[in-house]
Design a protein. Structure first.
Length: 362
């Protein structure tokens, strides 16, 4: 059976149908055009935005690439620096540091008793050609006592993260003065400065070492007026006061009777202990001004021969040096080191019995 429209045309050829289809097509086309147009506009905007974004991203990528390259260069440089630092660190760790400890020593005594000769025995014992001249101004020399490795590591000063081996170098700083009374002001000044320095450096109540020298021949010839004036000079009076107010501490008083060779020639019948006794008896009263400045156990005495013209016969220099170093070795290295290094190398202590034990100030 067939559906026929009016005038016998097929149903799909009827005007109504055609019109409806056309309308629908036109509507669809229009819709598509509008949709396309709207979409195109949006896409175009989107495209513009994305193009911008892309450009921005490219810029950003370029910047990041630049930063990456710069960082890579930095990393390369820092890797080299790190390697250098590790090398330096290794070198410093293995190098060790030296801690210097100085014991101040003051050589005191009138003209020509042999102060400079004693110092030269310590400072340049191999030098036989230097003739000793009268000292014109204060000077000092550093005399090594001994060096050793400390039993602990210490932080390196330049970088405390680095710990390294420490070596202690113990030395005497020996001050030599002219033997005139006028040089005593300088000696007192040096004693005060050294006392301060010692407290700052070592922090213990160490003090200065005084070496009071005498010309032993005065046992026979009588005490000279120069010797009398020197030991009754301002220095010894003032030292008592400074010790009293704790500005200066005397670590050790070493009394040295020098030129024992000449005294022995004058008194050939006496043995060395007898010569020493004669010296003690003769010179003891000259140390009267130091009574109260120094307690008995700090006093010792010895005979010496320091003539450089006869070095082979020299005597007593190492004993004086050992006594001067004793307090510092004890404080820094301990009593065992004192026993190891200084036993059998000590001065006698006859005079100490004549010093008051408790310091007194008038
Ligand atoms: N025979 C002998 N002569 C000595 C001895 N010690 C020093 N002398 C000599 O004594 C003289 C004076 O010695 P110095 O060491 O200059 O004495 P000083 O105490 O430094 O003298 P000043 O610097 O003037 O205060 C020098 O000619 C030394 O060679 C000694 O033990 N025996
Ligand atoms: Mg001198």
């Amino acid at each position: 059976m067939q559906f026929l429209a009016a005038e016998n045309a097929p149903w799909w050829r009827s005007d109504e149908v055609i019109g409806g289809v056309a309308g629908a097509v036109v509507a669809a086309v229009l819709t598509s055009i509008i949709t396309w147009s709207v979409t195109k506009g949006r896409l175009s905007k989107e495209n513009t935005r994305m193009t911008k974004d892309l450009a921005t991203s490219k810029l950003s990528a370029n910047r990041l690439r630049g930063q990456l390259e710069s960082s890579q260069r930095t990393v390369t440089r820092l890797t080299a620096v790190e390697q250098k630092y590790l090398n330096v660190r290794n070198a410093l760790t293995n190098s060790g540091v030296i801690q210097h400890f100085h014991q101040p020593v003051l050589l005191l005594g009138p003209r020509a008793v042999g102060k400079t000769s004693l110092l030269m025995q310590w400072n340049a014992p191999w030098e036989r050609t230097i003739s000793v001249q009268s000292t014109r101004t204060h000077n000092y020399a550093t005399v090594p006592v001994f060096d050793y490795q400390l039993p602990y590591d210490v932080p390196y000063a330049a970088d405390p993260d680095i710990r390294t081996t420490a070596y202690a170098h113990l030395r005497l700083r020996v001050h030599d003065f002219p033997g005139e009374v006028s040089a005593q002001t300088k000696a007192l000044e040096v004693a005060s400065q050294e006392a301060l320095q010692l407290r700052a450096d070592i922090g213990q109540n160490l003090g200065v070492v005084l070496i009071c020298m005498f010309d032993a021949v005065e046992v026979v010839d009588g005490i000279s007026s120069e010797t009398n004036q020197y030991y009754n000079g301002d220095l010894f009076q003032r030292l008592r006061i400074y010790v009293g107010d704790s500005s200066i501490t005397i670590q050790r008083l070493i009394v040295v009777f020098n030129k024992i060779d000449l005294l022995a020639k004058r008194l050939p019948q006496l043995s060395q202990p007898e010569l020493l006794d004669r010296c003690v008896t003769t010179f003891m009263k000259l140390l009267e001004p130091l009574r109260g400045a120094c307690s008995a156990e700090k006093v010792c005495e010895t005979l010496t021969m320091c003539d450089r013209a006869n070095l082979m016969a020299s005597q007593g220099g190492p004993v004086v040096k050992g006594e001067a170093a004793r307090g510092m070795v004890h404080a820094i290295s301990g009593p065992a080191k004192v026993a190891e290094l200084l036993n059998g190398n000590s001065a006698s202590t006859v005079m100490s019995t004549q010093f008051p034990i408790v310091p007194t100030l008038s």
